[in-house]
Design a protein around this ligand. Structure first.
Ligand SMILES: Cc1ncc(COP(=O)(O)O)c(C=O)c1O
Length: 405
């Protein structure tokens, strides 16, 4: 072999060696980052800290069946994916943060968070209370789905069940929660020290509205690129509807804001005619003590400070949803989409379809899946209970929303 051939062979060898080493180095670099679980790829979400980091920034997804049926894009904010399982996580975190900022509570001192709630807010508060080092005491009406009480107890909250009575009664669950916090603070004041109580007051506390104005509204705007024709939401405290509407309306002047209201609630009448009223009150047909519906979480017969933010001039339309329609919709969504929703979300979806039909094909409607059906197994999703209420579903498709012929 000549010297020239030797040199050529050596050069090729060196090139191959260098290429293999470079490739190995790149491979090692990539795999070592992967095994550390913190890839710097821009598409990989960063590692977060604590359960409170799993709240908000929920996906917005197209409900395939309802969109295909109506020719509109019916988009839903997947709020059930929050760590505590509902949209109320945002409120719980915000209310507790605000109370800490105001110096009303302090972690690790034995301070207690008190709230009167039909369940979801209590569960969210119980999660955040544990995460932050507080005790949690929830006062609830005793007619809610059993799994909510069980979940609260498993989360270490004290659960006080009371008979559902009118808000003017001192034993209404909201009034009792306020009283319990006052009692604890009186004791702390008398002793000059000791743990304090904080009443969250989700119905009247505007930190509720504000968190939806600061997070849920902007998320919807960003996720849709501001291209939406209607936002359709129910109201319990009114915080979600008020916060989202206040954020989106000034940015999208042609967008309509729509209340989805269950049967038995007075809000529909308030939006349509300016007066809080439910026909069931007048007809004397009301079966239950509060809002007369099998739906939990939305519908109310009083004007809260949170709902008052939109009560005048902000809402364009209201849709009343019957219990039968809500039940039919929930079963339809499982059958067609594998989407297992709670009762208030079924109300939202019924109203979203009605608005889609009114606007016609080609429009974009945003609504919300507030919580998951698993939180309603022993009531809204219990066939025996639903049959007893005379609400057994029978529809194949969406014909239950067709006008009578
Ligand atoms: C499951 C569920 N969905 C919706 C709502 C209504 O939200 P908001 O209180 O913001 O009106 C509630 C309120 O309690 C709820 O529990």
């Amino acid at each position: 072999m000549s010297n020239r051939t030797d040199a050529k062979t050596l050069l090729i060898g060196l090139l191959i060696g260098a290429t293999v080493s470079a490739a190995s180095a790149v491979y090692l670099l990539l795999t070592s980052k992967k095994s550390a679980g913190n890839s710097s790829s821009p598409n990989t979400p960063p590692i977060r800290t604590g359960v409170e980091s799993l709240i908000g920034n929920t996906p917005l997804f197209r409900i395939r069946s309802l969109s295909d049926e109506t020719g509109c894009d019916i988009l839903a904010k997947a709020e059930f994916l929050n760590v505590g399982g509902s949209t109320k996580d945002r409120v719980a975190l915000s209310v507790i943060n605000e109370a800490e900022k105001a110096g009303l509570i302090q972690p690790g001192r034995g301070d207690t968070i008190f709230e009167g709630t039909v369940g979801s807010t209590g569960i969210s508060l119980a999660v955040i209370a544990k995460a932050k080092g507080y005790k949690c005491h929830i006062v609830m009406p005793d007619d809610q789905a059993k799994e909510k009480y069980a979940l609260l107890q498993k989360l270490g909250a004290t659960v006080e069940k009371v008979r559902p009575v009118s808000i003017v009664d001192k034993n209404h669950f909201v009034n009792l929660a306020r009283k319990r916090a006052d009692e604890m603070n009186l004791k702390a004041d008398q002793e000059g020290n000791g743990p304090r109580g904080f009443f969250c007051d989700q119905f009247e506390n505007l930190a509720n509205y504000q968190v939806h104005y600061q997070t849920t509204g902007p998320e919807i705007y960003e996720q849709t690129g501001g291209r939406l024709d209607a936002v359709v939401l129910g109201a319990g405290t009114g915080g979600t509807l008020a916060g989202v509407t206040h954020y989106l309306k000034p940015l999208i002047p042609n967008m309509i804001a729509v209340l989805a209201d269950p049967h038995g609630s007075g809000l529909y009448h308030k939006v349509k005619h300016g007066i809080m009223y439910s026909p069931m009150e007048a007809e004397g047909t009301r079966k239950r003590h509060q809002v007369d519906t099998v739906v939990e979480g939305v519908g109310i017969n009083r004007l809260t400070k949170n709902f008052a933010k939109v009560a005048k001039g902000w809402l364009d339309e209201a849709v009343r949803v019957t219990d039968k329609e809500a039940v039919e919709m929930s079963r339809y969504l499982v059958k067609k989409d594998g989407l297992f929703v709670g009762s208030s979300s079924a109300v939202n979806c019924v109203a979203a379809v009605r608005i889609a039909r009114e606007l016609g094909p080609g429009h974009t409607i945003v609504t919300m899946i507030n919580d998951h059906g698993t939180r309603h197994l022993t009531k809204f999703w219990d066939d025996t209970y639903i049959e007893r209420e005379g609400l057994t579903p029978s529809a194949e498709g969406l014909e239950f929303l067709d006008p009578p012929t």
